[in-house]
Design a protein around this ligand. Structure first.
Ligand SMILES: [Zn+2]
Length: 89
C-alpha cells in the first residue's frame, strides 16, 4: 500500500474513486529507510480499497515525530514474511 499526501479535503479516492472517510488510524510511516508506526493519526481512508491519504500538515507532523526519536514510546514486534511466488503448497 502506498501513501500520498493530499491538500484538499473531501476528494474521492485516486485509485478507485471510493468515498474517503476521515478517521484516526495507526499509520505506518516510512522515513529515512525506517518504518515507524504512529497512533491516532488523522487520515482520510478510502471506504472501498483502504488507501490512506494524509493532509499536508499531518504528514509534516509525522516527519517531525519520526525525526525526534525520543517520542517513540515503545517498540512493538509483528510477524514479517517474504512474499514468494511459486512456493510449494
Ligand atoms: Zn479507493
Amino acid at each position: 500500500m502506498t501513501y500520498r499526501v493530499i491538500l484538499m479535503q473531501n476528494e474521492s479516492c485516486e485509485l478507485c474513486e471510493g468515498t474517503l472517510e476521515y478517521k484516526h488510524i495507526l499509520a505506518r510511516f516510512r522515513f529515512l529507510g525506517e518504518t515507524i508506526y504512529i497512533e491516532n493519526v488523522p487520515a482520510w481512508v478510502c471506504t472501498q480499497c483502504g488507501e490512506q491519504y494524509y493532509d499536508a500538515p499531518v504528514y509534516k507532523q509525522m516527519e517531525q515525530i519520526a525525526r525526534h526519536k525520543e517520542r517513540i514510546e515503545r517498540m512493538i514486534s509483528f510477524p514479517l514474511a517474504e512474499f514468494e511466488m511459486g512456493m510449494p503448497a
